[in-house]
Design a protein around this ligand. Structure first.
Ligand code: P6P
Length: 344
């Protein structure tokens, strides 16, 4: 016979599982020796995203719309919210003494912290506010993050710590600031989604053990560039359009990576950013966009490649390098691989 305390605890747990609770339970189950450092680290990310969300929600009311007049390392005009989001993540994560190195889309060089080897265990990459050019027109934007362990010896210095292939990630996630604010993350044991409940200021479990549909009905690509795509991509898009995969596809393209990826992981289908005339190596960045999304896609049963290889097997050469990205359900990715082989 359960005591009142136990039954209350059980009923409240059935009602609300917060991201912090879930991460701790995941950690106790899969990495008991982590001693809570990992969940403390993730709490820095969730705190920063709540600060960002508060600004994004009120973008039209605060003096945060529009550009800051600066350009970032990519030569892209920085939006005021880009700068705020970057500062929020640098601040919240910099306070976690388990962080050794931070790499941000907005910073040319890695930010390092002078921490003892046994304390500073993690290297974190992030795109603080992806799709920020869409803020002024009220389109969803997102934060993307990727977490690695710092190599034990660090004999290769900073470079060896930041230029690790994606399969070495220990966790990755994103937050999509859309009609609701949703955190999706994986620590290597499945994918979980949490919706921010503004009434209690907590991320609450809303998508338990997310799985990418084997095949969907949407393909997502900027068709205005289609005439500049390499042959395998032109062939592939043509086959999706012609019903060659046994069903009619619709085109959906928000132009905000996190929004397009979030739809793809929930509804299935494929997102494609190929090499184009403007971006011969693709526009998206490997370390803080493609790698984390590829990790999550694979954890949900999907696939992600750069054309010729698995995204997670790419050996990075520099921290802001770009990559083509094809990510989605197994049916769509296997068809892409057929088109790739047929046109080589
Ligand atoms: P295009 C936003 O600027 C972004 O980096 C991604 O969020 C998005 O997927 C992509 O660029 C859109 O690029 O060339 O289609 O406008």
């Amino acid at each position: 016979m359960a005591t009142v305390k136990e039954s209350t605890a059980r009923s409240s747990r059935e009602l609300v599982i917060t991201a912090q609770q879930h991460i701790l339970e995941q950690q106790q189950a899969h990495a008991p020796d982590a001693g809570g450092t990992f969940s403390w680290l993730l709490s820095g990310i969730t705190l920063a995203t709540k600060m960002i969300e508060a600004k994004v929600r009120r973008a039209g009311l605060l003096d945060v719309l529009g550009s800051a007049g600066e350009t970032n390392v990519q030569g892209e005009t920085q939006q005021k919210l880009d700068i705020y989001a970057n500062q929020a993540l640098l601040h919240c994560l910099g306070l976690r003494d388990t962080v050794a190195i931070l790499v941000s889309e907005e910073n040319e060089e890695p930010v390092t912290f002078d921490r003892a080897r046994e304390t500073g265990k993690y290297v974190i990459f992030f795109d603080p506010l992806d799709g920020s050019s869409n803020i002024d027109v009220n389109v969803s934007v997102g934060t993307i993050f990727s977490i690695f362990r710092r190599p034990p010896k660090m004999d290769g210095g900073i470079e060896a710590a930041v230029l690790q292939p994606g399969w070495k990630q220990v966790a990755a996630g994103y937050v999509v600031y859309g009609s609701s604010t949703i955190l999706v993350y994986s620590a290597g044991k499945g994918v979980f989604g949490f919706t921010l409940n503004p009434d209690i200021g907590a991320y609450v479990l809303s998508h338990d053990n997310l799985r990418m549909p084997h095949q969907g009905n949407f393909y997502s690509v900027n068709e205005a560039q289609a005439h500049t795509f390499p042959a395998p991509y032109r062939e592939y898009i043509g086959r999706l359009r012609s019903g060659a995969l046994g069903r009619e596809y619709s085109s959906r393209y928000v132009g905000s990576l996190v929004a397009d990826f979030h739809r793809t992981i929930l509804k299935g289908g494929v997102f494609v950013y190929p090499p184009t005339r403007g971006y011969p190596r693709g526009k998206l960045r490997l370390l803080y966009e493609a790698n984390p999304l590829a990790f999550i896609a694979e954890q949900a049963g999907g696939m992600a490649c750069d054309g010729e290889q698995r995204i997670l097997e790419i050996q990075p050469r520099e921290i802001h390098e770009r990559t083509p990205l094809v990510v989605g359900g197994r049916a769509e990715l296997e068809e892409f691989q057929r088109c790739w082989r047929a046109t080589q």
